[in-house]
Design a protein around this ligand. Structure first.
Ligand code: FAD
Length: 561
């Protein structure tokens, strides 16, 4: 077997892995990134790209200045028994340093998310803005030939192959029928996209997670990181109580990569590891993971093989998201994450008994948690999002985009169910018609006055941000009265996993006596989620993934050879 040498071996090329690799390389270390798939980027490339990083320099430059105690207080309240003081402090202290490091020293530039508030606005310390950033859009031509090794976007969340960024970009696409300015912007974006498709056979205006990966890859290449695709790590080299590298399976056969400083596990958690999922996920047989198929729990198994411990005591083992199944014309079935339309005025979610079960405008994780709790044992865990055709044309419904994109193909494929009356819709969906009629009568009575006394839609800043600011008096509540009525079925799904390897504040993997295993780090979703399995804000996967990657890279640079 051939033997190769470096200072640091990183296993996996998502946010966690690339952050560790770029940081270590910037400190002068010789770094190898081993990626299992033929393309780089992992689930990170498919993500919305939002990064929770309180106290970040972009917010400060805009005059949003907070004390570290504010986000710490917020996390202490939300995380409760799962609040891990050491790791939370490590995260909060390093997150602003991470953002500053990347924007000052690398190709990773950011845009602010100063309007984005935390999920639980009534909890002490909740942020009302300034805790999120996103990678600035990136022209993939900056990657040169490397662009061929970059993952393509997730088909379900693109429009004609284009990634759209939440905020002004997406807003323009949603108001194209009402604003000439938006129409002009969209026409320019589309025109450029068509040229890119003709020349490069892919979208080149990278946004969201793809822009993040594109910029991290550019930075890694600039710093001389050795990027190796199609090279899964299959076992760790463990000698005299230290991890000293790993064996990679490559097209040329097995290669032993010896890493003098250490190995970083960043293989994307266990979204597609059937055994660990069966052991940990509620309603696992009905669960639809959105993560890349190569995230099969390798990092967790590699960690366990040298004494690492997987923390299964978190509030939830995964980052939940409601998902609908999309029948595509080519016969394949897609998975669509319901992130945006649930918060708009004029839509509700109901169970098979026709009853609502939560504030639909709350976070995606909470929608699924509420669904899991509300469905009686033994029944299929599913709910239906119900709205009018007018709502769908205005805001979209799942993958059925707003006007002027036609909805008819998705009605024909059976994705969208249609009823001229509520009871007709209920019968088509298999919902109890009397239950649904009663629910709508009760909901509409209050919704006409902009109220939702049962679940409080519109009661938090997060709800209102998700709503429609032009809809009065409540941006999140409107009656559902005039047919035709539309419905789409949503089931439990996930963005990624939370249960992961126990680590310390330096991202070192801990053994059963809580001592660091020499030479082994875990970041991203291979590391037990620092939010303790809670979902206090959008961006709480990528923020910690980048931050603990940065912490690991810096720590490795401080180690002797
Ligand atoms: C649609 C969608 C939207 C999302 N939006 C957001 C958001 O806006 N903000 C947020 O915080 N989170 C978001 N998430 C979640 C977030 O994307 C993930 O939690 C995060 O990207 C995980 O990063 P990672 O570095 O742990 O793993 P990944 O990005 O999945 O990278 C892991 C890599 O490791 C590779 N690998 C696996 N096994 C091996 C092996 N044996 N050897 C070598 N390589 C291996 C995989 O192929 C993969 O490329 C979203 C997720 C989805 C699906």
């Amino acid at each position: 077997m051939s033997v190769q040498r470096c200072d640091v071996l990183v296993i996996g090329s998502g946010a966690g892995g690339l952050s560790a690799a770029v940081t270590a390389a910037w400190h002068g270390l010789k770094v190898v990134v081993a990626e299992k798939e033929a393309v780089f980027g992992g689930t990170t490339a498919w993500s919305g790209g939002w990064i929770w990083a309180p106290l970040n320099p972009l917010a400060k430059r805009s005059g949003i200045v907070e004390d570290i105690d504010a986000p710490r207080t917020y996390l202490r309240h939300v995380l409760g028994n799962n609040f891990d003081e050491v790791r939370v402090n490590a995260f909060l202290e390093a997150a602003p340093q991470m953002v500053a490091f990347f924007e000052e020293k690398t190709a990773l530039q950011f845009q602010d998310g100063n309007r984005i508030c935390d999920t639980y606005g009534t909890v002490p310390g909740a942020g009302t803005g300034g805790r999120s950033v996103i990678a600035a859009p990136y022209d993939a031509r900056g990657l040169g030939n490397l662009v061929k090794r970059l993952r393509h976007p997730l088909r379900e969340t693109t429009f004609l192959g284009m990634t759209l960024q939440a905020g002004a970009d997406l807003g323009a696409f949603m108001s194209v029928t009402r604003s000439p300015r938006a129409l002009g912007y969209v026409a320019r974006r589309l025109g450029r996209h068509v040229v890119d498709l003709a020349v490069y056979r892919r979208g080149m205006q990278l946004r969201n997670g793809l822009a993040l990966v594109g910029r991290l890859l550019r930075s890694a290449a600039d710093l001389g990181v050795d990027l190796r695709e199609s090279s899964p790590a299959i076992r760790l080299i463990y000698e005299s109580g230290s991890v000293r590298g790993a064996v990679l399976r490559t097209r040329q056969g097995e290669v032993e990569v010896r890493a003098s400083r250490g190995v970083v596990l960043a293989a994307g958690g266990f979204p597609h590891d059937p055994e660990r999922r069966q052991a940990l996920f509620p309603a696992n047989d009905q669960h639809l993971a959105l993560a890349v198929l190569s995230a099969t729990g390798d990092g967790l198994r590699l960690g366990e093989s040298v004494g690492g411990i997987v923390d299964t005591t978190l509030a939830a083992p995964g980052a939940w998201c409601p998902v609908s199944l999309v029948p595509f014309p080519d016969g394949s079935i897609g998975r669509f994450p319901h992130i945006i339309e649930r918060g708009k005025p004029g839509i509700i979610g109901v169970l098979a008994n026709g009853r609502r079960f939560c504030n639909e405008g709350n976070g995606y994780h909470d929608y699924v948690s509420a669904m899991l709790a509300a469905v009686p044992k033994g029944e299929e865990v599913a709910s239906w999002l119900i709205c009018t055709r007018a709502f769908q044309r205005r805001y979209g419904l799942g993958i059925a985009r707003p006007a002027p994109v036609p909805v008819e193909p998705l009605i024909k494929s059976g994705y969208i169910k249609v009823g001229q009356t509520i009871s007709e819709l209920a019968l088509i969906c298999g919902i109890d018609p009397d239950g649904l009629e009663r629910t709508l009568a009760e909901y509409n009575k209050h919704a006409r006055e902009g109220r939702d006394p049962v679940f409080g839609r519109g009661s938090t800043p997060y709800n209102r941000l998700q709503g429609d600011p032009d809809h009065k008096p409540n941006p999140c509540v409107a009656p559902i009265e005039r047919g035709p009525f539309y419905a789409v079925k949503v089931v439990p799904g996930s963005f990624g996993t939370f249960a992961g390897l126990k680590t310390d504040g330096s991202a070192r993997v801990l053994n059963s006596t809580d001592r660091p295993i020499r030479g082994l780090y875990a970041v991203g979703t291979d590391m037990a989620n620092v939010m303790g399995g809670h979902y206090p804000a959008g961006g709480i996967n990528l923020g910690p993934a980048l931050t603990f990657g940065f912490i690991a890279g810096r720590h490795l640079a401080s180690q002797p050879n």
